[in-house]
Design a protein around this ligand. Structure first.
Ligand SMILES: Nc1nc2c(ncn2[C@@H]2O[C@H](COP(=O)(O)OP(=O)(O)OP(=O)(O)O)[C@@H](O)[C@H]2O)c(=O)[nH]1
Ligand SMILES: [Mg+2]
Length: 405
C-alpha cells in the first residue's frame, strides 16, 4: 500500500489482541448503481485495487460501461511494521435500475448470511485449522446525493442490512451537493434512520480516554459520511497533485476535511474502529445469527430433541448442536427456510401478506353476502307487490263477472 494505514498506532492492548495472528477484515460496499462504489474502493487504497469491468464483455451494452455485474471479492494484505491484516473488499453490483429491484439486492443479503453460516459450520468442526472468514465487518451503504430524502428501497435494504452487519451509511458523490445542501441532507437522513429504527454502526464512546472519546464524538456527528471518490490526481498548484475531481470552478479534494468526510471514514475503517468492527461483528451480528438459527432448530425439534439429522445429510443444513451430542435422530431433512433469519423475515412478510389477503377476501365476501340479501329482500318485496296487484286484479275480474251475470 502506498500509504501506511496506521494499524500499528492502535493502543497497545488492542495491538496485542489483533497482532497475535494478524487479523482478517472485510469491508463491503452496496447501494444503487453508478454511485461510485468501485471508485471508492480504489480511492480508499489509492490504487486500482479493483479494475472496472471491460465494457466489451458486458451483456447489456445499454448500461454504464464500468458497472459492476457480480459480487466481487478483492483480497489484499495490509502490512505495517510487523503487523499484517488480511483485507477482503467485497464490491457488489448496484441496484435500482431494474423494474424489479427486489432481485438485485437479495444476493447481497444472501452473501452476508452465507458467510455467517459458513463460519458457524467451520466452528463446529473439530479441526483447529485456520477458518476461512468472509464475514462482513463493515458494510458501506451508498446513498444517492439527491439532497431530498431516502428512497423506500434504501430504507428497506438498510433495515435488512442493519440487523446483519455493522451498517455505515455514506452520501455518495458529495461533490455534487453544496455544503449547505449536504448539512440539510445529513440531518434528514439521520432523522429517517432514527424514525425507521435503522440500527447503524455507532463508534463506541470510550469516556476514560478523552482523546478517543472526542474522536468518536466527531465520527458520530459526521454520520452519514459524505464521500468523494476519484481514481485520478489533479493539479491544485503548479507541480502539486492531489486525489480529487476537477471542475471548471475548482478542484474538490478527496482528503480535505472541508470538502468531505473521506478521511474520517478511512480513519474509522482502517485505524481507530477496525477492532471494534471486528469484535462487534463477532459478538453481536454473528451471535444473533447463530442464536436465531439454533433457536429455529430448537423450535423445530422441540426443546429436548437432539436433532442430528443433518450429520450425514444435506450440505444445505447446519450441523447443529446435535453434532456435539453425537446422537442420531430419525428425523428427516429439515426445511432450510426455518434455519435462516432471512427466510424467517420472508416467511413473516408472506404471513402478513396472506393474512391481509384473507381479510380482504373476507371483506369482499361479506359485501357480496350483504348485496345478495338486499337483492333477495328487494325481489321478495317486488313479489309481494305483484301478488297483491294480482290479487286486486283477480278481485276486479270476480266483481266484473258478478256484474255481468
Ligand atoms: N462526481 C462524482 N463522480 C463520481 C464519484 N465517485 C465516482 N464517480 C463517477 O461515477 C461513475 C460510476 O462510478 P462507479 O465506481 O463505477 O460506480 P459503482 O457504484 O461501482 O456502479 P455499479 O458498479 O454500477 O454499482 C464513474 O464515472 C465515476 O467516475 C464522486 O465522488 N463524485
Ligand atoms: Mg461498481
Amino acid at each position: 500500500m502506498p500509504e501506511p494505514v496506521g494499524i500499528a498506532n492502535l493502543p497497545d492492548q488492542r495491538y496485542k489482541i489483533v497482532s497475535k495472528e494478524g487479523a482478517t477484515f472485510t469491508i463491503m460496499v452496496a447501494g444503487e448503481s453508478g454511485l461510485g462504489k468501485t471508485t471508492y474502493i480504489n480511492t480508499l487504497f489509492q490504487t486500482s485495487l479493483k479494475s472496472h469491468p471491460d465494457p466489451n464483455q458486458r451483456h447489456n451494452k445499454f448500461t454504464s460501461p464500468h458497472q459492476t455485474v457480480e459480487i466481487d471479492i478483492v483480497r489484499a494484505i495490509l502490512e505495517e511494521k510487523n503487523f499484517k491484516i488480511r483485507l477482503n473488499i467485497i464490491d457488489t453490483p448496484g441496484f435500482g435500475n431494474n423494474v424489479n429491484n427486489h432481485d438485485s439486492w437479495v444476493p447481497i443479503i444472501d452473501f452476508i448470511d452465507d458467510q455467517h453460516e459458513s463460519y458457524m459450520k467451520q466452528e463446529q468442526q473439530p479441526s483447529r485449522l485456520a477458518k476461512k472468514d468472509l464475514r462482513v465487518h463493515a458494510c458501506l451503504y451508498f446513498i444517492r446525493p439527491t439532497g431530498h430524502s431516502l428512497k423506500p428501497l434504501d430504507i428497506e435494504i438498510m433495515k435488512r442490512l442493519s440487523t446483519r452487519v455493522n451498517l455505515i451509511p455514506v452520501i455518495a458523490k458529495a461533490d455534487t451537493l453544496s455544503p449547505n445542501e449536504l448539512d440539510i441532507f445529513k440531518t434528514r437522513i439521520r432523522e429517517i434512520v432514527e424514525a425507521q429504527d435503522i440500527n447503524i454502526y455507532t463508534p463506541p464512546l470510550e469516556l476514560d480516554d478523552p482523546a478517543s472519546a472526542e474522536h468518536a464524538k466527531q465520527l458520530i456527528e459526521s454520520m452519514p459520511f459524505a464521500i468523494i471518490g476519484s481514481e485520478e490526481e489533479v493539479e491544485t498548484a503548479p507541480g502539486q497533485y492531489v486525489r480529487g475531481r476537477k471542475y471548471p470552478w475548482g478542484v474538490v479534494e478527496v482528503e480535505n476535511d472541508q470538502h468531505c468526510d473521506f478521511k474520517k471514514l478511512r480513519s474509522l475503517l482502517l485505524r481507530t474502529n477496525m477492532l471494534d468492527l471486528i469484535l462487534s461483528t463477532n459478538e453481536l451480528h454473528f451471535e444473533t445469527f447463530r442464536s436465531l438459527k439454533l433457536g429455529a432448530e430448537e423450535t423445530e425439534n422441540g426443546p429436548h430433541a437432539n436433532g442430528d439429522a443433518e450429520n450425514g445429510g444435506s450440505s444445505d443444513d447446519l450441523t447443529g448442536a446435535g453434532d456435539a451430542k453425537g446422537t442420531t435422530s430419525s428425523r428427516g431433512k429439515k426445511p432450510r427456510r426455518l434455519h435462516n433469519p432471512k427466510f424467517k423475515e420472508e416467511e413473516d412478510a408472506l404471513k402478513k401478506f396472506f393474512t391481509e389477503q384473507v381479510k380482504a377476501e373476507e371483506q369482499r365476501f361479506r359485501q357480496w353476502e350483504t348485496n345478495i340479501i338486499n337483492e333477495r329482500n328487494r325481489l321478495n318485496q317486488d313479489l309481494e307487490e305483484m301478488q297483491s296487484k294480482l290479487k286486486a286484479l283477480e278481485d276486479q275480474v270476480k266483481k266484473l263477472q258478478i256484474a255481468k251475470r
